[in-house]
Design a protein around this ligand. Structure first.
Ligand SMILES: [Zn+2]
Length: 152
């Protein structure tokens, strides 16, 4: 068994998010809404040497598979990530993250006057740019701290 296989196959069921850009692991956890209080078992490798990225972070979440909307937001901070779904200690599915063209109903617009704000009927919708996302309603651009803009 290679070192790499060891790293991704140690959990029984859950998700291994591999090839996260070095230093982004904690933002990944924030996007997944994991702060430890919910009891999820999580292992995080930070700045693990990687052939492809130089250094990378690896996040292993036990007992949970990611939703498509979580993967969409993840792609904004970890465009190179690989998602490994683990079932019964085996990699059951493996996907590269793909940047969506739009993210709908996931992020909150940072413009307080936006029509998608609180008590407004419109779903948030952002166009994905190379270096951020743009609200399709008010053109506000969010370039960082995506985790802080996740809708509860
Ligand atoms: Zn907006």
């Amino acid at each position: 068994m290679t070192d790499r296989e060891l790293r991704v196959s140690k959990i029984e069921n859950g998700t291994v998010i591999d090839h996260v850009a070095g230093g982004q692991a904690l933002n990944v956890l924030a996007i997944l809404g994991i702060d430890g209080s919910e009891g999820t078992v999580v292992s995080v490798g930070v700045n693990v040497p990687s052939d492809r990225l130089g250094r990378k972070d690896v996040v292993k979440v036990e007992g949970r598979e990611l939703s498509q909307s979580e993967v969409d937001v993840l792609s904004l901070i970890a465009p190179e990530a690989t998602i490994n779904i683990i079932r019964n200690y085996e990699v059951a599915e493996k996907h590269r993250v793909e940047r969506p063209e739009r993210v709908v109903g996931v992020l909150q617009c940072s413009n307080p006057n936006c029509i998608t704000g609180e008590n407004e009927p419109a779903d948030t919708e952002f166009e994905v740019l190379k270096d951020g996302v743009r609200c399709v309603y008010c053109d506000t651009i969010i370039r960082k701290d995506f985790a802080d803009h996740i809708l509860a």
